[in-house]
Design a protein around this ligand. Structure first.
Ligand code: KIV
Ligand code: ZN
Length: 530
């Protein structure tokens, strides 16, 4: 075990960058901003808001976050190319605390096969990139990508050059999730020996979960001296994902007396942040997921239940309240008034007044009429849904479906279009949901196809609010959307319309992109980046 010093560990959240690179996830700028606001409430130190050169949408999202979110450092990712660093700077420059994070691979596998260059060139690119970034901002992070499959001596040379040029954080990525805890800490200890100046900057670790070791490897990195961990909510990210933020944080919190390290995270916001990310990305959290899974604090066996009833600590090493899981207590019933709703929303961290409160109240009443009790989780889902509705270009005015075993279902919909007019569509398809989606296509003029469809429930019980996530594709572009309602077809229609709204917003952004777009990486190149 490490010493007993109370060392502060910086939490670098990459949910919006590496996490957003998970297959099928496609968040729009407003959704990214909503997550970033919640990350700030959670108390993360650094938000990696995106990869600004990747697309006009990424750029706009990072810029919006940099201009709006207060508290954390806002970082933008950049390869070592000048255009990447310029884009990252332009996107983060309005943040109170901007950071440029630049990276290049140091493993021979990547240098030979992917970059098709030489070690010497990589060294030169790393040096030039950090120097260029330092002309813009004081806070520059450098990552030697695929470090754990790189020769430590060469990585040390590159890291030393980055520090000489002014990098303030050196991040060591286990890009392909290959290393093991003891091997990783030994590798880092050797790096400290080879690069004495590493002690003058922050050492960071960034681990992927391909072998299920991301959290264990990150922890090994901390024990070896790292004081920044890169992680993502619910562990989302490329392939098997990144180290899970909630697991790392609760490990340091629960074992603080032994490891002597702490974070600035408000752990009571963990469950809520997890739900928000799950809802907006459409990535469902597995029930037995550590810390935030539905069953993380549930006891099934009689012996365990008996123990916990007598004394909670017999079978619990953490308290559900410490991660905010008690937030599902019942708060309101159908007789609750506007004041009670407002208070409950404030307790949940939503400051809502005026027209937004009126709309939230109207929807609350509709739900309270159908459900006996409305829990905090219901309210959270409802308000998040309403926030999405406010920014959607297409909204559902009404729908009707007739279905029976004797005849194919028949759906009609009315959709409010971006120009304020009402679009109407009808369709007879394979099932009620399929019919509604095709009717929406007819009403909006989209030729979209459904790629993924998931249904869940916000809480338990027969009267639970239904939650639908869809991935929709049109002309080779995919977008996700989520909807919440007591009626599952209505939730599905809302989700579908939000995905179409994202497709429209993206098309608008692309058509208004500056001519310099040619200098941006091509699709093939982007796929192979971080
Ligand atoms: O996994 C990786 O190597 C990355 C870098 C860009 C830090 O995501
Ligand atoms: Zn990564």
């Amino acid at each position: 075990m490490a010493g007993k010093r109370n060392d502060r560990v910086l939490i670098f959240d990459t949910t919006l960058r590496d996490g957003e690179q998970s297959p099928g996830i496609s968040l729009n700028p407003a959704e990214k901003l909503e997550i970033a606001q919640q990350l700030a409430r959670l108390g993360v130190d650094i938000i990696e808001a995106g990869f600004p050169i990747a697309s006009p949408g990424d750029f706009a999202a990072v810029q919006g976050i940099a201009r709006t979110v207060e508290g954390p450092v806002i970082a933008g990712l950049a390869r070592t190319h000048v255009a990447d660093i310029d884009a990252a700077y332009n996107a983060v420059k309005d943040a109170a605390k901007p950071r440029i994070h630049t990276f290049i691979s140091t493993s021979d596998i990547h240098i030979v096969h992917q970059l098709q260059t030489t070690r010497e060139d990589v060294l030169g690119q790393a040096r030039a990139a950090v120097a260029h970034a330092r002309n813009y901002v004081e806070d520059v992070e450098f990552s030697p990508m695929d470090a754990t499959r790189s020769e430590v001596e060469f990585t040390a040379e590159v890291v030393a050059a980055a520090i000489e040029e002014g990098a303030t954080t050196i991040n060591i990525p286990d890009t392909v999730g290959y290393t093991m805890p003891a091997e990783f800490s030994a590798w880092l200890e050797r790096l400290y020996v080879l690069v004495p100046a590493l002690r003058d900057v922050v050492l960071s670790v960034h681990c992927h979960d391909d072998l299920g070791l991301a959290v264990a490897n990150s922890f090994a990195g901390l024990l070896a001296g790292a004081r920044q961990v890169e992680c993502a909510i619910n562990g989302i990210g490329e392939r098997a994902g990144n180290a899970s933020l909630e697991e790392i944080v609760m490990l340091l919190y629960t074992r603080s007396a032994d490891v002597g390290m702490s974070t600035a995270i408000n752990t009571r916001e963990l469950a809520r942040t997890s739900r928000l990310v799950s809802r907006l990305t459409g990535y469902v959290v597995q029930p037995n997921k550590a810390v935030v899974g539905r069953n993380a604090f549930a006891h099934e066996s009689g012996i365990h239940q008996d123990g916990v009833l007598k004394e909670r600590t017999t079978y619990e090493i953490m308290d559900a309240t410490s991660v905010g899981l008690e937030a599902n207590s019942i708060v309101l019933g159908k007789h609750s008034g506007r004041h009670a709703l407002r208070q409950a929303l404030e307790d949940l961290g939503f400051e809502i007044s005026g027209a937004a409160l009126n709309t939230a109240f109207k929807r609350f009443k509709e739900i309270a009429d159908r459900k006996k009790t409305v829990s905090a989780m219901d309210l959270e889902a409802l308000v998040t849904d309403e926030l999405r509705e406010e920014i959607a270009a297409y909204t559902l005015e009404s729908y009707a479906v007739t279905a029976s075993m004797a005849a194919p279902p028949q759906a009609t919909v009315a959709v409010r279009l971006p120009n304020g007019e009402l679009g109407r569509g009808e369709f007879s398809g394979d099932g009620p949901v399929d019919s509604v989606f095709h009717a929406i296509n007819a009403a909006t003029g989209f030729d979209a196809a459904l790629r993924e469809f998931r249904v869940g429930a916000v809480t338990e019980g027969q009267d639970a609010l239904g939650e639908v996530s869809v991935v929709v594709e049109s002309r080779g572009e995919a977008a996700s959307g989520q909807g919440v309602a007591t009626d599952i077809i209505e939730a599905a229609a809302r989700a579908y319309l939000r995905a179409l709204s994202t497709l429209r917003r993206r098309a608008e952004l692309a058509s208004s992109a500056p001519a310099s777009a040619e200098s941006k990486p091509g699709a093939a190149e982007l796929v192979s980046t971080p």
